[in-house]
Design a protein around this ligand. Sequence first.
Ligand code: SF4
Ligand code: SF4
Length: 626
Amino acid sequence: MGSNATVFKRDKYAGYAHWMIFWGFIVLLIGTAIVAFDHDFLRFLGYKLLQGTFYLWFSLILDIFGVLFIVGLFMMIFRRGGHKPQLDYSRPDLDKEKYSRKGYSTDDKIFLWLLVLIGITGFVIEGLRISADGMPAFEVWSPVGWMIAMGINAGFADSANTLHIYSWWFHAVMVMVFIAYIPYSKAMHMLIDYANLMFKDEMAAKKLSRVSEEQQDISMGYVEISDFTWKELMDFDACTKCGRCHVACPANAAGTDLSPRDVILDMRTHSNECFDTSEWFNQSFTDGTKEKPAIAGDIISADRLWSCTTCMACVEACPVGINHLDTIVNLRRTLVEEGDMDDMLQDALANIGDYGNSFGQSDRMRAKWTSKLDFKIKDVRKEAAEYMWFVGDFASYDTGIQDLTVKVAEVMNKAGVDFGILYEGEKNSGNDVRRVGEEGLFEMMVEDNMETFESAKFKEIFTTDPHSFNTIKNEYPEFGGEYSIAHYTGLLLKLHEEGKLKFTKKLDYKVTYHDPCYLGRYNGETEAPRKLLEAMGVELIEMPRHGANSFCCGAGGGRVWMDDSKLEERPSEIRMKEAIALGDPDHFIVCCPKDYSMFTDAVKTTGNEDKMVVKDIIQLVEEAIG
Ligand code: SF4
Ligand code: SF4
């Protein structure tokens, strides 16, 4: 039911339709199997299962699920007949034409109509049988069949027996056609989807796969179709082309060529082509008749791969458990190895390699912001503290963010939190380095940070950076680093609940809140910031896309280090317009340094400075504690 549950969560209409089709199909399948078992096996042995009360209920249940099955199919036909999904998180300005780029095909329509035909002929057979049997009264327990039988009796009673035989054969042939059609059609997803959901990795995207040693000998990324794991290959086959990931994708919304759905479908086409070539995977295209395309670059263009913000919206939206991100990152790893990347990105990675931060500044400058404080923050490498604050590159070096970092320190100090930082010992956490595809550099950052963590004296970590939060929480453990880590909103809420952070001033703002992808969607932390806002007395007005359905600011996955001037519209601008469209809120609240940077910019570039003020939640906390 995982697939149906995901569809329900996103799109109630499709959820009900899927439920009816799925359970209608299952119940009719079981019912048909029971009839076959009874007629073709038990009765030869002198037994009869379908009789008495059991038969009456059996008939009624099959009729009910048969109707649900057909209604569900017609709902999907109606949806596909131009009534495309109105998903709760869809862009108001969705480019309908683009959305239909790889929309529902003839194959999908054949599939649905074949099932309708099978469903309807099933009822016709039932009606003809009841009519041919002389309308026994107990058959009213098959209400649909009974009504059809009454219609037949009105004009064709004499031919009912013959028509029953013909229609039975027609129905049987249609079922055979359907079964034979399964491997070539969308119907295949009925089988593959459930297998795919069974093997769904709950850590998909949150914890990326490491490069195996054998793979490292060939390439750090995927080159051949045989490099993909069986689960990734199954992902390609499982896609139902529902378009949910496509609609949710901020890169697509920004006008790039990236569509997570099309990545999966193009990979499906390519893997089928490799399989179809008589020789196996690696030998494909070696007959000289075709030039072998590169997967990273030709099949999936570099532009598409670099457009991804790794926001995980596609993975979250997919009802059949497809992990688009592992594929994208594994192909990015190939591009990185080939040096096929944006110059700015190359510089940022070089800076991280040389200085441990993307700003290319000396590590001694990392804690320069602390000079603005009137107290000294402990150096946890020398002095024990309860909390080690992992500050992150942006909060440490970005001059537009440093004031917020100072405020966090002041609030924590005021609340009596025993905390320290690593000063120049901290290095980029590696979250975005990994998502860019620079696995070697990521591992270097993890090792360096963990070495420093091990020499430091603290019990728990808190961080102001959701990206660092994700990798330290979910990826460092694979390297032996198990740490208890909180996002600063979680810690602030805890302090408030313990009475250590008192909000003495009620804030009379109408705000909207932006969930950072790496906090809300990746790590399920959507409550703490909201509870904090509530505790401070502000009125929260939610954007249509919030919580796990939040819409990315466009900075993740290393996009913050790439040129975004060619985008039709930056995701942060789309998001700002979504907030402005709410009308009421005058504050746009964030809790991620990159978000603050992106949205303070977007509020200007969209010309909304007079309507909306972008604030980090720490600014409200500072105000509320007076
Ligand atoms: S992770 Fe986000 S940006 Fe990347 S393909 Fe998925 S939805 Fe699009
Ligand atoms: S990848 Fe998943 S969400 Fe995207 S179109 Fe395919 S089934 Fe739908």
